[in-house]
Design a protein around this ligand. Structure first.
Ligand SMILES: C[S@@+](CC[C@H](N)C(=O)[O-])C[C@H]1O[C@@H](n2cnc3c(N)ncnc32)[C@H](O)[C@@H]1O
Length: 401
């Protein structure tokens, strides 16, 4: 359908009203800002119920942050009309009957184009009024796009553990980022975060959310993953959200360029991939290194049975646990040797995942002096001698002492 710019816009508002009235509304997106320097780049609008009354929930996407505002329907329609008249040229209204695309130029060539509906069912309208977390309303679009929550913002049952993990991760990362002095803006320089071995990128999206929405920083977030299919899927989600400051690349932890990285993350990277990530982060001078190790295989075959642990380490299970503990303990010592303050944190309760230890390292503002290095080196050597650990993937970080 075509018409002049006013009628196309008016018709879109009329379709919006109808879709809210007959409950066929799925989502409205306002895009293509009229001004090149507009603060709000895009607005994503959802239909929710607040205290039993329908509202439109607006997520305003700015370069550095997302903010959310809920309005009752009448005010909300006026708000959409005003924003389209003054701020945005384009809009897409998704309903279960059809998708409507507003293409408006500066002159009188506005058009409203009908497309086949991309959504067969309308989302539930219940507004989740659970206690606020750092994820909050602004996280709903990406959590929904990743399929982690339903359209009412409730965690999907099968993915509830992942949701809990993301929630806790953002909370922990927020504290660590503050400890590392990364909460304050650094001129116009974006905060560079790299998540290696990122898999589907759920926690990369969480780091992106943390940087731009929780810390309010300009960010440049990269997920690095060895599987091309996962890279493509995650990039498709990021593009659908208009997240130009988040990208996924096919690459290897060992070789991916890390110039200027400030936060290096490696979660559940198997076996020595965690060590490679730590080494790369330290060598790149990252201010914050965060790993959640898994599958500790390197130290287990080397682990001796020193007295008085020998009678206990006869048990395979205890030897296994001790190897994990020794590996992660050694990692913290090597990080301290290289001038980082370390923390071992229970990431989420073991009821949610057995892989629940997180090691976090914040680079000290001054490099360790010779005496400090000698002390940490002696601690590492004694620890390794006690357990009979002759080699470890972090050894390159100890060379040249
Ligand atoms: C267990 S998954 C963890 C995914 C994600 N970090 C999380 O915690 O949900 C480990 C991921 O690391 C990837 N990976 C393993 N070795 C890698 C390497 N050397 N370079 C890049 N990615 C790697 C695997 O393909 C896999 O997707």
């Amino acid at each position: 359908m075509t018409g002049n710019i006013v009628s196309a816009r008016e018709e879109l508002i009329s379709r919006l009203r109808e879709s809210c009235a007959d409950d066929s509304f799925v989502r409205l997106t306002l895009s293509s800002p009229r001004r090149a320097d507009a603060a709000v780049q895009r607005v994503i609008v959802r239909l929710i119920a607040l205290a039993g009354a329908p509202h439109l929930s607006f997520t305003f996407r700015e370069e550095r942050r997302d903010t959310t505002h809920n309005l009752p329907l009448t005010e909300a329609f006026a708000e959409v009309e005003r924003r389209l008249r003054t701020e945005f040229r384009g809009a897409t209204l998704a309903t279960t009957a059809a998708d409507w695309q507003l293409q408006a130029g500066d002159g009188s060539d506005g058009r409203l184009i009908r497309h086949r509906a991309t959504h067969a069912a309308a989302p539930a309208r219940v507004h989740d009024e659970k206690k606020p977390t750092l994820l909050g309303e602004a996280a709903q679009p990406w959590l929904a796009a990743l399929g982690l929550v339903d359209n009412a913002g409730r965690p999907r049952r099968k993915l509830a553990d992942k949701h809990t993990q993301i929630d806790r991760y953002v909370e922990i990362l927020a504290h660590l980022a503050r400890d590392a002095g990364l909460a304050a803006t650094d001129g116009d320089r974006p905060l560079r975060i790299v998540d290696v071995g990122c898999g589907k990128g759920h926690l990369t999206f969480a780091a992106w959310h943390l940087g731009r929405t929780v810390l309010g920083r300009r960010v440049q977030v990269t997920g690095v993953e060895a599987r091309q299919d996962l890279v493509d899927e995650a990039n498709a989600v990021a593009r659908s959200l208009g997240a130009d400051d988040l990208r996924f690349v096919h690459g290897d932890i060992d070789r991916v360029p890390l110039d200027g990285v400030e936060v290096l993350v490696a979660l559940h990277a198997c076996n020595t991939a965690t060590d490679h990530a730590i080494r790369r982060g330290v060598e790149a001078g990252a201010r914050l290194v965060v790993v959640a190790p898994c599958c500790h295989q390197e130290v287990r075959p080397q682990l001796g049975r020193p007295e008085p642990l020998a009678p206990v380490l006869r048990h395979g299970l205890f030897a296994e646990r001790m190897a994990e503990w020794a590996t992660d303990g050694l990692r913290t010592l090597v990080l301290e040797h290289r001038g980082y303050a370390t923390k071992a944190i229970e990431f989420v309760s073991s009821e949610h995942t057995p892989k629940n230890v997180m090691l976090a390292a914040v680079r000290a503002t001054t490099a360790p002096d010779d005496a400090q290095r000698a002390k940490t080196r002696a601690a590492i050597d004694a620890f390794r001698a006690f357990f009979g650990i002759s080699r470890q993937a972090l050894d390159p970080l100890l060379r040249g002492d």
